[in-house]
Design a protein around this ligand. Structure first.
Ligand SMILES: [Zn+2]
Length: 397
């Protein structure tokens, strides 16, 4: 058993001073305070005297990093992405597809499903459940797939290639579902497309978090999407019909319906800091979510990289294709610090946006929260939200 002590712990719902966190076989056994319980004599003690313990981050929208895209083949891609994620505090993630030729998408979904199953099998076997990369660090775990295209609007497609967009049909959705062996946990869809309402209902029935996005929907159509089962919104404001005060469109629904959670890319480029504050205050600490939308260029120097089947160029933190923003080079630890800075939220509030809230969006039982019985996926942070240590399934300390 490992007993971890620090200055403060955020579960994140509860703040505990002088915390004591016990881990055995990669699972949290107890989360308490040293004023209530002493570390068991037989345990290995690890102390972070001025550290803050928090759950590991969960990113539900990420395309790649460290020079690799999650849709590319080859055995190097995911381990490289996962090591980069872990260095930035992400312990669980949802590899996200971009619109691509149908065959590429189907084969990417099959590969991602296999990676998820391999990670799961690894967790159920043996004592040390954490996987490490070839040479150095720990790796974040793939938890499910986010299907971002192809059921999106031509008008709001961003850089998703128009020739590969598809109209939603139950049959097309089922093809993706079968290829992914049921591992699609999040799906972005434009509710105004013909057939979208039926596909939203079917996906919701299968437990997918249906997320409204890449959409030119008006207010009524967005509401119809929610009535059919949509529960989330993808990179709010980006690739959406703009908000108008007499014609609010989809954003009128996203910002006001408490049943909808909503995510944002808080890199200071995709949204003005004032809009980050607006969205976080509109959705509040229960339903706002941070994503990175990170591309393969994340963690790399300026240059040319891939996003799915697209070429993207990165200069000064902007990732573009033909002059349009094409994903980000944001990391989740920076997103959390930006949420604190832009919206004037404290660390405990900002942490929820990257831990418990995304876990709830993806309906992950036992994730995003430090409590007994959950996997020991946690972070040691500074008071400013800098990642000092990442612990995946009890490994890393
Ligand atoms: Zn994306």
């Amino acid at each position: 058993m490992i007993s971890i002590t620090a200055a403060t712990l955020f579960t994140p719902l509860v703040r505990i001073e002088q915390p004591l966190l016990l881990v055995e076989d990669g699972v949290i056994v107890d989360v308490t305070s040293r004023t209530h319980r002493e570390a068991p004599a037989a345990s290995r003690a690890v102390d972070f005297p001025d550290g803050i313990l928090a759950p590991g981050f969960i990113d539900i929208h990420i395309h790649g990093g460290a020079g690799h895209d999650v849709m590319e083949g080859g055995s190097n891609a995911l381990p490289a992405v996962e090591e980069l994620l872990a260095r930035h505090g992400v312990t669980g993630y949802f590899p996200t597809t971009v619109t691509a030729p149908l065959d590429s998408t189907l084969s990417a979904l099959a590969r991602l499903a296999e990676a998820i199953e391999t990670a799961e099998n690894h967790a159920t076997k043996g004592k040390s459940a954490a996987r490490t990369g070839g040479s150095s660090g720990l790796r974040a775990r793939p938890l499910g797939i986010h299907l971002e295209g192809p059921f999106i609007s031509h008008v709001r497609r961003g850089v998703h290639p128009s020739e590969d967009l598809l109209l939603p049909t139950a049959a097309a959705f089922d093809r993706f579902w079968q290829a992914a062996r049921g591992r699609i946990r999040v799906m972005t869809i434009a509710p105004e497309l013909p057939g979208a309402i039926e596909v939203i209902a079917e996906a919701a029935k299968r437990g997918v978090c249906v997320s409204l996005g890449h959409s030119d929907a008006d207010l009524d159509t967005a509401r119809a999407g929610v009535a059919a089962g949509a529960r989330h919104a993808t990179h709010t404001f980006n690739a959406m019909r703009p908000l108008g005060h007499r014609n609010p469109g989809i954003l009128g629904e996203v910002l006001t319906d408490a049943r909808l959670s909503a995510d944002i890319i808080a890199d200071g480029i995709h949204l003005d800091p004032a809009i980050v504050e607006l969205v976080l205050n509109a959705k509040g600490p229960d339903t706002a979510v941070l994503i990175t939308d990170a591309t393969s260029a994340t963690g790399m120097p300026d240059g040319r990289y891939r996003l799915g089947s697209l070429d993207v160029e990165v200069r000064d933190g902007r990732c573009t294709n033909g002059g349009n923003l094409a994903g980000s080079v944001l990391t989740m630890d920076l997103a959390v610090r930006n949420a604190m800075k832009f919206a004037h939220w404290d660390l405990q509030q900002a942490l929820r946006l990257a831990t418990l809230n995304p876990a709830r969006v993806a309906r992950l039982e036992g994730a995003g929260e430090l409590k007994a019985g959950n996997p020991a996926d946690l972070l040691v942070l500074s008071a400013k939200g800098e990642v000092r240590n990442t612990i995946v399934r009890g490994a890393g300390i």
